[in-house]
Design a protein around this ligand. Structure first.
Ligand code: ATP
Ligand code: MG
Length: 332
């Protein structure tokens, strides 16, 4: 009955050339199938709860006849100026670019990486808090900046001021072109669209510090990983190098990367950890992966000194205990 009445109303509106918008509350009684059958486009609005309890609105395109619709669920907000949708869809098509190797500006780090970083690749820097992740990222962005190229850093935990102070204090450097974006309380779709807009500025490097913030921003870890994969595809398409920082929270017993199953997204993986040596707490770094070729299989001490930048020591060859974190010189 319901279906017959609805279908005659729609047929009549069609006959007079009207565009019909039907809204229905989704209940058991009003099955989706009835609406689906009669319409050429179908959107479902939902409220979804994030892991921290915060609620977001989403719009899902279930069906859209005609054009090449991009089906799927997207975030939207209702503002005093209307509805804002943040589509999470690929925008850029792959273009051709030279996959050249560029320097991090630190000869030792270049050596550890196997010569430098390939344009358009993904570099992940992982480690516990205070191990030097942000500083390593700033080093890579600094060299890029000095070469007159644009870098964009999305920072979640530190303000722009703190980042600029770090540049001044540690590197005695003032960025020229670098864009530092403090990302506040946004939804994942909003962040994605922020990046897509920024990519139109033709940056050479885009960095996210830390990626954990995106994980927390997402409804689930699966959504976070699919966001990473989409960002990766979009940056790869344009030849933009991506630097992602990941803070390892769990105790790590090995010189090992264990974050959220994301190491497969990394082309280069730099891992840092705190080590104890002669009663002193030091930072050690290693490159554990280079997808394109060989890298050094060494562990080196990283020292961050005011005004001097990153000082990377010689490979620790005659030492044991790197896995346990308590390093001792092997006695002859
Ligand atoms: N403004 C600064 N002035 C002097 N030294 C600094 C400054 N900022 C950082 N450092 C040095 O660099 C070290 C590593 O800091 P960095 O912020 O790079 O680590 P991180 O791994 O990113 O830490 P977090 O987990 O807090 O983000 C600090 O322990 C400190 O020794
Ligand atoms: Mg940091």
């Amino acid at each position: 009955m319901y279906r017959r009445i609805l279908s005659s109303i729609i047929n009549f509106l069609n006959s007079i050339g009207a565009t019909t918008i039907i809204s229905a509350e989704m209940t058991e009684a009003v099955g989706r199938d009835i609406i689906s059958y009669l319409t050429s486009g179908e959107f479902v609005l939902r409220k979804i709860k994030r892991r921290d309890g915060k609620v977001f609105r989403t719009i899902e395109v279930l069906k859209y006849r005609g054009d090449d619709a991009y089906l799927g669920e997207h975030y939207f907000t209702i503002t005093p100026r209307g509805i804002v949708v943040y589509p999470i869809i690929p925008v850029f098509r792959p273009k051709k670019y030279e996959r050249e190797l560029f320097s991090t500006g630190n000869a030792e780090l270049d050596r550890m990486l196997g010569g430098g970083i390939l344009k358009g690749s993904k570099v992940y820097i992982a480690g516990k808090t205070g191990v030097g992740k942000t500083s390593l990222c700033l080093q890579i962005l600094k060299e890029n900046d000095e070469n007159g190229k644009l870098g964009i850093l999305y920072t979640f935990d530190e303000s722009k001021d703190v980042i600029l102070r770090k540049y001044k204090d540690v590197f005695d450097y003032e960025p020229r072109k670098l864009i530092v974006r403090e990302v506040g309380d946004v939804n994942l779709g909003e962040f994605y669209n922020m990046v897509i807009n920024d990519l139109k500025l033709n940056p050479e490097i885009v960095a996210v510090d830390p990626l954990n913030a995106l994980d927390e921003m997402a409804i689930s870890t699966a959504e976070f990983l699919s966001m990473l994969s989409l960002l990766k595809r979009q940056m790869e398409a344009l030849g933009v190098t991506f630097v992602g920082i990941y803070e390892i929270g769990q105790p790590v017993s090995e010189f090992h990367f264990t974050g959220a199953g994301m190491s497969r997204f990394a082309d280069y993986l730099i891992v840092g950890r705190h080590v104890e040596m002669d009663g002193e707490l030091l930072k050690a770094i290693a490159v554990v992966k280079n997808r394109f070729g060989d890298h050094e299989r060494t562990i080196r001490i990283l020292d961050i000194e005011k005004g001097k930048g990153l000082l990377i020591g010689e490979p620790l060859k005659e030492h044991s205990g790197l896995m346990s974190g308590i390093i001792q010189k092997i006695s002859q």
